[in-house]
Design a binder for this molecule. Structure first.
Ligand SMILES: Nc1ncnc2c1ncn2[C@@H]1O[C@H](COP(=O)(O)OP(=O)(O)OP(=O)(O)O)[C@@H](O)[C@H]1O
Ligand SMILES: CC(C)(CO)[C@@H](O)C(=O)[O-]
Ligand code: BAL
Length: 275
C-alpha cells in the first residue's frame, strides 16, 4: 500500500484500471471498511482501490467541529492495509487548496433542505471537494455510504447533470449490533449519550413498521419514540421520495433524521415501504 500526500505523486501513481475510490474524512470504522471491501469486490484482485483521507474545511460551518474532528491516521492506515487498499491520498490543506477556491460547485435547491437548512453551504463544500477528488483520482467508480443519504443523492445528481463518466455506488449503512449507525462522531458520545442516541434508530424503525398505514402514521410513530427521549434535540425528521423529492404515493420512501445528543450531531435514515 502506498501513501501519497501530493497531487503530483497521486497522478503518477494511478494507472491501473478498473479503479475505485472511497472518499473519507478519516477516523475510519467498520462503515468505511465496508466501502473499501465493496470497492475491492467490484474492481477485482487486479484492479485498484484508492482511499482519500481529508478533513475538508470547506464543508464545515464556523461553529462546527472542524478543529476537534478526530484525526487518527495511524489506525486509518492499518484499517486501509487490512482492506487491501492500494493507494491512500492524504493531502494537507495547502496541497488541496493552495488558495481559497473562487470557483465552487453550486449544488442546486436540494442542498438548501434537510442538512443544508442546518448547515448552510455544507454541500457546496462537499461537492467541491468530491469534484476535486474525482478529477485527481480519475476513478471508474466511487463508493459512498447511504448513511449520508442526502450527500449521496447530491453526488449522483452532480455526476448525472455534469455528464461525469463515473459510477456512483451506494453502500448500505453499517450499524452496531443495537442499531446505532456507525459514525466517526460516535466517539464524542459518553455512555449516557450513547444510550440516548439509540432513539434515532428506534424512531426510524418505528416509522418503517408503520409504513403499511401511510405517511401520517409513519411520522406519528417516529415522533412518539423521539418524544420519549426529550434530551435528544431534533433538527429534522422527514419523509421523502427516494430521490428526496416529495412523497407522491405508495411505494418506496426514505425517512431521514438529524438530532443533537449533547454536543454531538448525528444523522441517520431508513428505507420505508408505504402502502
Ligand atoms: N455507518 C456507515 N455505513 C456505511 N457507510 C458509511 C457509514 N458511515 C460513514 N459512511 C460513509 O463513509 C464515507 C466517508 O464518511 P465520513 O468520513 O464522513 O465518515 P462518517 O462516519 O460519516 O463521519 P461523520 O461522523 O463525520 O459523519 C461516506 O461515503 C459515508 O457515507
Ligand atoms: C465525501 C466526503 C469525504 C467529502 O469531504 C465527506 O463529506 C464524507 O466523509 O462523507
Ligand atoms: N459524513 C459527512 C461529512 C460531514 O458531516 O461533514
Amino acid at each position: 500500500m502506498r501513501l501519497t500526500q501530493t497531487k503530483a505523486e497521486l497522478r503518477a501513481a494511478t494507472a491501473v484500471r478498473p479503479r475505485a475510490v472511497v472518499m473519507t474524512m478519516g477516523a475510519l470504522h467498520e462503515g468505511h471498511a465496508a466501502l473499501l471491501a465493496e470497492a475491492r469486490e467490484r474492481v477485482g484482485p487486479e484492479g485498484s482501490v484508492v482511499l482519500t483521507i481529508f478533513v475538508n474545511p470547506l464543508q464545515f460551518g464556523p461553529t462546527e467541529d472542524f478543529d476537534r474532528y478526530p484525526r487518527t491516521l495511524a489506525s486509518d492506515l492499518a484499517i486501509a492495509k487490512n482492506e487491501g487498499v492500494d493507494l491512500v491520498f492524504n493531502p494537507s490543506r495547502d496541497e488541496l487548496y493552495p488558495n481559497e477556491p473562487s470557483i465552487t460547485v453550486h449544488p442546486g435547491p436540494l442542498a438548501d433542505e434537510l442538512e443544508g437548512m442546518v448547515r448552510p453551504g455544507h454541500f457546496t463544500g462537499v461537492l467541491t471537494v468530491v469534484s476535486k477528488m474525482l478529477h485527481l483520482t480519475a476513478p471508474d467508480l466511487a463508493l459512498f455510504g447511504e448513511k449520508d443519504y442526502q450527500q449521496l443523492t447530491l453526488i449522483r445528481e452532480m455526476v448525472c447533470d455534469l455528464d461525469w463518466n463515473v459510477d456512483i455506488v451506494p453502500v448500505p449503512t453499517v450499524r452496531e449490533a443495537d442499531g446505532l449507525a456507525l459514525s466517526s462522531r460516535n466517539r464524542y458520545l459518553d455512555e449516557t449519550e450513547r444510550d440516548e442516541a439509540l432513539v434515532l434508530y428506534r424512531a426510524l424503525t418505528a416509522g418503517a413498521k408503520a409504513g403499511m398505514n401511510g405517511p401520517d402514521a409513519v411520522m406519528a410513530a417516529a415522533q412518539a419514540e423521539l418524544e420519549a427521549v426529550p434530551s435528544v434535540k431534533l433538527d429534522y425528521l422527514a419523509l421523502r421520495a427516494p430521490d428526496l423529492g416529495p412523497v407522491i404515493g405508495p411505494g418506496e420512501a426514505r425517512m431521514l433524521i438529524a438530532a443533537r445528543v449533547g454536543q454531538t450531531r448525528l444523522i441517520d435514515n431508513i428505507s420505508i415501504t408505504l402502502r
